[in-house]
Design a protein around this ligand. Structure first.
Ligand code: SF4
Ligand code: SF4
Length: 450
């Protein structure tokens, strides 16, 4: 076995676990790994970094060594957990059913509690965790970001390359910043939007935090598609962030607080389902039972909440479209669907989006190679680990472009930003839309502009 530090497992041998007592990764789940290595070729961090310790098997070895007191949570071991994108491809691949998702979810808070971060790491993480999950705080920055773009400062900053040289993580943030709108329409949604035809379901809609400010048209399209297909849509205004962002980075307390707020905001709404249009958020919303498992007041409520959560594509494929679909272009339209990891691996949703898109008259779907490989976005991974993320982003865009498709359909805001960035860097001007925007245009008979 190749490790980045040959003495990694021999540092101490006290037989006292290097994990603290609070929810370490369960030893029986660690022991389920038979070290066969099937997962290695599908692991994006292993594909880019090429070291065993940056593979699922290597990280499980590491968890075992820490459990047995042969290694500690320190700078060296933490960097191997940090390099994991949390894409969950290994969970899909593993023939032994190893629950790596549960293992890494328990390991990250251990790292956060027991390994001090460097000052720059602390600053960037603090900026991310105090800003992104709070739409009201983020909104305060919209006018500044708008000016930053409109006055051409962003172009200047990118052209000089100074930010990349001195503050690579800030440069990574800037590189995925979408075009800023001052007053996103989703902020003005009514509390209840009636069905456009005979009501079949009463559904709640999650607005997301980044989604509601930077992808407002996707939320508008989602609401129209739902109401056109017999849904009354309920949008509680008290909802905040779903907790995906802190949960994926081991910020346990913050994730629990945000999950509880989300559950409270849907209390008493009497909805049949809770609908989400972002892959990463959907996966976390379905994990509330785990996130709040130790909370006596919320654990049952969390399970009940999660049982109602459906990805919008999963929901529509299940209940069937009733609205009439029209062609999006005069002739045929070839498009490629980009699988978001938290839909494909996290929620096992891959057929449903394809089934929906194929129902649009004139659409032909192409399949890229390595469709199941992460694009490098992975929540805030592309801001925290820009080098690995860039390599994966480039590969993903090459594979999508090689299909020859004229349009990319992407159902996750993080993937969309990452792919748009690498399309821009490669000088390619190809349309990227959320499947709900495509269905919405099709229902309304709007032709796409090519
Ligand atoms: S996680 Fe699964 S696929 Fe990977 S080495 Fe362990 S048993 Fe094999
Ligand atoms: S979650 Fe993704 S990056 Fe992490 S070990 Fe599994 S396959 Fe590799």
């Amino acid at each position: 076995m190749q490790t980045s530090d040959p003495n990694l497992f021999n540092k101490i041998n006290t037989n006292i676990s290097g994990f603290d007592e609070k929810n370490p990764p369960p030893k029986d789940l660690v022991d389920a790994c038979v070290h066969c290595g099937f997962c290695l070729s599908t692991c994006p961090s292993y594909r880019v970094i090429g070291k065993e310790m940056d593979s699922p098997r290597g990280r499980i070895y590491l968890m075992n060594a820490i459990h047995q007191g042969q290694a500690t949570i320190d700078e060296t071991t933490s960097q191997h957990f940090d390099s994991c994108l949390g894409c969950l491809a290994c969970v899909t691949t593993c023939p032994s059913g190893v629950q790596y998702d549960q293992l890494i979810a328990k390991t990250r808070p251990q790292v956060e509690r027991n390994q001090p971060r460097s000052l720059t790491d602390k600053l960037i993480r603090s900026l991310i965790f105090n800003l992104f999950p709070y739409p009201k705080r983020l909104q305060i920055f919209l006018p500044l970001l708008w000016l930053y773009q409109k006055l051409g400062i962003q172009k200047l900053v990118r052209a000089t390359g100074l930010l990349t040289r001195f503050f690579p993580r800030l440069a990574a943030m800037d590189s995925i910043l979408p075009e800023v709108t001052l007053n996103p329409v989703a902020q003005n949604f009514p509390d209840i939007i009636p069905s456009q035809n005979q009501k079949r379901y009463r559904v709640g809609m999650i607005l997301g935090c980044v989604q509601r400010l930077f992808f407002s048209p996707v939320n508008e399209a989602t609401a129209r598609v739902l109401t056109a297909n017999g849904c009354e849509v309920v949008i509680p205004k008290t909802q905040g962030c779903c907790a995906a962002l802190p949960e994926h980075q081991g910020q346990e307390k913050q994730a629990q607080t945000l999950a509880k707020q989300m559950i409270d905001s849907f209390e008493g709404t009497d909805v049949d389902y809770i609908i989400i249009n972002a892959a990463g958020c959907g996966h976390t919303l379905k994990e509330y039972g785990h996130i709040l498992a130790d909370d006596p007041e919320y654990k049952e409520k969390a399970k009940q909440f999660s049982e109602k959560v459906r990805d919008v594509q999963e929901f529509l494929a299940e209940v069937g479209l009733t609205a009439t679909l029209n062609p999006l272009t005069e002739g045929k339209l070839t498009m490629v669907y980009q699988d978001a990891c938290h839909l494909l691996h996290g929620q096992k949703i891959s057929l449903q989006p394809r089934q929906l898109l194929k129902q649009i008259p004139g659409v032909t779907l192409k399949e890229p190679i390595d469709a199941a490989l992460c694009c490098g976005s992975a929540g805030v991974y592309n801001m925290l680990q820009p080098e690995v993320a860039n390599e994966l982003g480039q590969q993903k865009v090459n594979n999508l472009l090689n299909t020859g498709a004229k349009l990319i359909a992407s159902a996750n805001p993080g993937c969309s930003l990452q792919i748009k960035k690498h399309l821009r860097l490669q000088g390619k001007d190809i349309k990227l839309m959320h499947p709900m925007e495509l269905l919405d245009s099709s229902i309304r008979g709007i032709k796409l502009d090519f």
